[in-house]
Design a protein around this ligand. Structure first.
Ligand code: SG4
Ligand code: ZN
Length: 265
C-alpha cells in the first residue's frame, strides 16, 4: 500500500491521481448515497460466521488510520447478500473528521456522519489477500456509520483507553478486550439486513476498483470524547491525524441498491 499519501496539501486527495492513475477512475469511492435514487432489491440473507467466541486482536497506527487485525487463524467471514462466494476478514479501520460534523466517507442524502468503520474482507476463492486484490471482485468492505453524542459507546472502551500506546506511526498494541472484533464486525444482528450496496474502490491509493461496498443504514453512536482520542494519533507527516476521509466521488451511472429484507418499520 502506498505510504506517500495524506489528506491535506500536495499529497492530498486531489493529487492522488498523479501517481495512482486508478484514483481518477470511473468507479471510485466514497460516494453520496441519495435515498431517492436507490434501487430496492431483496438479496439472500447476508451471513456472518466465525464471529462467536473471542478473538485476540491488536491495533496499529499505520500513519493513515487506526487499524485492527487479529492474531487468530479462526477469523470472521461473510457470505450471502449481493456477494458471490465467501469473504474472509482481513482488517478493520476508521475514518474521522476535524470535528464531529464530518468524518464519514460515504454520505447519505449528502449528510456526513462523525466517523465510519470499514471492515475489509477478501474473497476466499482467491486463497490469499494478496491474490484477491488482483481481481475485480476481490474485496468487500462493510461500512458502519457513527454519530457523535454525549454518551460513550462501551465498544470503544478498550480502544480509547489504549490509544496512548499507538500515538507514534508504526506502533501497535494488543487490545485488552478479546471481544472487540466481534462487537465491531457484527454489532447488531437485528439491523444487519438493512444496508446499501454498490460497486466501488478502495478509498485510498492505489484506489483499486475491486470493492463491493455494503453500508449499513442504521448509524451507531460514539461519544465526543471517544472520538477525540482518534484525532490524537500522529500521521505520516508528523502532525496529528485530525482527519482521514476522502471526499465523495462521482457516481457516474452506477446503481446503488438497498436491500429491503429485514427493514424495521
Ligand atoms: C486505510 O488506509 C487502511 O489502513 C488500508 O489498509 C486500506 O487499504 C485503506 O484504508 C483503503 O481501504 O476500506 N478505506 S478502504 O477502501 O485495505 C487496503 C492497509 O493499509 C488495501 C492495510
Ligand atoms: Zn476505509
Amino acid at each position: 500500500v502506498a505510504g506517500n499519501f495524506s489528506y491535506d496539501g500536495t499529497n492530498g486527495p486531489s493529487h492522488w491521481g498523479k501517481e495512482h492513475k486508478m484514483c481518477l477512475g470511473k468507479y471510485q469511492s466514497p460516494i453520496d448515497i441519495e435515498e431517492k435514487d436507490v434501487t430496492t432489491m431483496t438479496f439472500p440473507e447476508l451471513q456472518f460466521s466465525g464471529i462467536e467466541g473471542s478473538h485476540k486482536a491488536y491495533m496499529t497506527n499505520n500513519g493513515h488510520t487506526v487499524m485492527i487485525q487479529s492474531f487468530d487463524s479462526n477469523v470472521p467471514s461473510i457470505s450471502g447478500g449481493s456477494l458471490n462466494g465467501t469473504y474472509v476478514f482481513q482488517q478493520l479501520h476508521f475514518h474521522w473528521g476535524q470535528n464531529d460534523n464530518l468524518g464519514s466517507e460515504d454520505l447519505i442524502n449528502n449528510h456526513s456522519f462523525s466517523m465510519e468503520l470499514h471492515v475489509v474482507f477478501w474473497k476466499k476463492e482467491y486463497d490469499s489477500y494478496e491474490e484477491a486484490i488482483k481481481r475485480n471482485d476481490g474485496l468487500t468492505v462493510l461500512g458502519y456509520l457513527y454519530q457523535a453524542m454525549d454518551e460513550p459507546n462501551p465498544i470503544f472502551e478498550s480502544i480509547v483507553q489504549q490509544m496512548p500506546d499507538i500515538i507514534g506511526v508504526g506502533s501497535n498494541v494488543t487490545i485488552s478486550d478479546n471481544n472487540v472484533l466481534k462487537k465491531l464486525v457484527a454489532p447488531d444482528i437485528a439491523s444487519a439486513q438493512n444496508y446499501f450496496t454498490y460497486s466501488g474502490s478502495l478509498t485510498t491509493p492505489p484506489c483499486l476498483e475491486i470493492v463491493q461496498w455494503i453500508d449499513f443504514v442504521k448509524p451507531q453512536h460514539i461519544s465526543h470524547e471517544q472520538l477525540a482520542a482518534f484525532r490524537s494519533i500522529q500521521s505520516t507527516d508528523g502532525t496529528n491525524l485530525t482527519h482521514n476521509f476522502r471526499p465523495v466521488q462521482p457516481l457516474d451511472g452506477r446503481t446503488v441498491y438497498r436491500n429491503i429484507a429485514g427493514v424495521e418499520s
